[in-house]
Design a protein around this ligand. Sequence first.
Ligand SMILES: NC(=O)c1ccc[n+]([C@@H]2O[C@H](COP(=O)([O-])OP(=O)(O)OC[C@H]3O[C@@H](n4cnc5c(N)ncnc54)[C@H](O)[C@@H]3O)[C@@H](O)[C@H]2O)c1
Length: 354
Amino acid sequence: MAARGVAVVGAGYWGQNLVRNMAQLDRLAGICDASDAVRQKMARSYPKARVTGDLDELLDDPEIGAVMVVVPSSRHHEVARRALHAGKHVFVEKPIALSVSDGADLVRTADERDLRLMVGHLLLYHPCVEWLKRSIDAGDLGEVLYLNALRLNLGKVRSDENAMWSLAPHDISVALHLLGTSPTHVTAQGFCYLQRRTGIEDVVFLTLRFGDGRAAQIHVSWLDPDKKRQLDVVGTRKMVTFDDMAASEKVRVMDKGVDGVDQLDRAPSYESYGDLLTLRHGDIHIPHIPMREPLRAECEHFLHCVDTGERPRSDGHSAVEVLKVLQAGQQSLEAGGVPVALSPSPGGLRGPRA
Ligand SMILES: NC(=O)c1ccc[n+]([C@@H]2O[C@H](COP(=O)([O-])OP(=O)(O)OC[C@H]3O[C@@H](n4cnc5c(N)ncnc54)[C@H](O)[C@@H]3O)[C@@H](O)[C@H]2O)c1
C-alpha cells in the first residue's frame, strides 16, 4: 500500500478546495505553492501540514504517496511528470496537459511505473451524471441521438487560456463518458470580446460529430448574464434535462419524442412523410437522485484508487481522449470553424468504470 500522505501543489482559487477535502479526509500531509501569500494563508489554516514553496521537499518525503496537481494548466505536464518520476500517484486537474503528446507522456510514465494517474473531470463524479450513465446504458432513453450542453457565466475570465480550454473539458468528458466513444470530427467557432489583442476567445461553440451520426453541441462562455450549467440528452424513447443550477429536482425525464420514424422507408412519397410522424408529449418524471458533493466523491475516488490500485474512472487514458478533442477544437478555432478529423485511438475509448 502507498504511503497515506497526500500533497497538494497549487492552493489558489481551486486548489484550496482540494486542500480542504484532503484535510477533512485526514490525508493532507503537504502543500506546495509558489506564492508567499498563499503559503502563509495555508500554514495558518492547516498547521499540521508541511507547507513549502519547494516541490522537491514534498517529493522526497516517503510519507507522501500521492500528489494533487492544481497549478495553472500550462504547468500541469511539468509538475505531474516530476511527481510521477518521484514515484508518487498523481491527480492532475483538467485538462491533463496542453498537448496530446504531453498528455500521452504522463500516461506512459504512470503506466511504466504502475502508478495511478487521475484527472479532475469532476462531473464524472456528479450523482446526476452517474444516474444518466446508468439510464443510457440500460437503454431507458432508447438510442441517444445528441447532447446539448451549456456552461455559461459572467467570469471567471482567464488570460492564460480561452473559454474552451477552461470550461469545455467538463462537457467533453461527460459526452465521451455517456456515449462511450470518441468523436470523429470536431468543429469549433470562437469569439473574442474582452481580450481581442491577445485573441483569447470568451465564447466558444463546439460540435462533436460521432461516427454513428450522434452529436454533442457544447456552448461555453464566461461572458454571459446568467450562470447556466445544463445538459440535454435527446434519446429516441425519452429526453432528459439535467440542470445543475436547480437547487433540487435537477434531472427531468420527459416521455417526449417523435414516433413513426421507422415507417418512413415505407412512405409512398416524400409528401406523405409528415402524416407518418406523430409527436409524443408524455409524462415528465423527476427521479430521486441522492446528492453528494461531486468534489468530495472525486477526492474519495482518488484515495480509493491510490489505496487499492484500482484504475480511476477519469484516468489518464480517457483524459487524453478529451485532450484530443480540445486540440482538434483549437485547430478548428484557428481555421475559422472548419471540421477537424480525429484519428481513432488504437483500441478505442476504454470502457467506463461504475
Ligand atoms: N475542476 C474544476 O471545476 C476546476 C475549477 C477551477 C479550476 N480548475 C483547474 O485548477 C487549476 C488551477 O486553477 P486555479 O483557478 O486554481 O488557478 P490559480 O491561479 O487561482 O491558482 C494556481 C496556484 O498555483 C500556484 N502555482 C503556480 N505554479 C506553481 C508551481 N510550479 N508550483 C507550485 N505552485 C504553483 C500559484 O501560486 C497559485 O496559487 C487549473 O488547471 C484549472 O483548470 C478546475
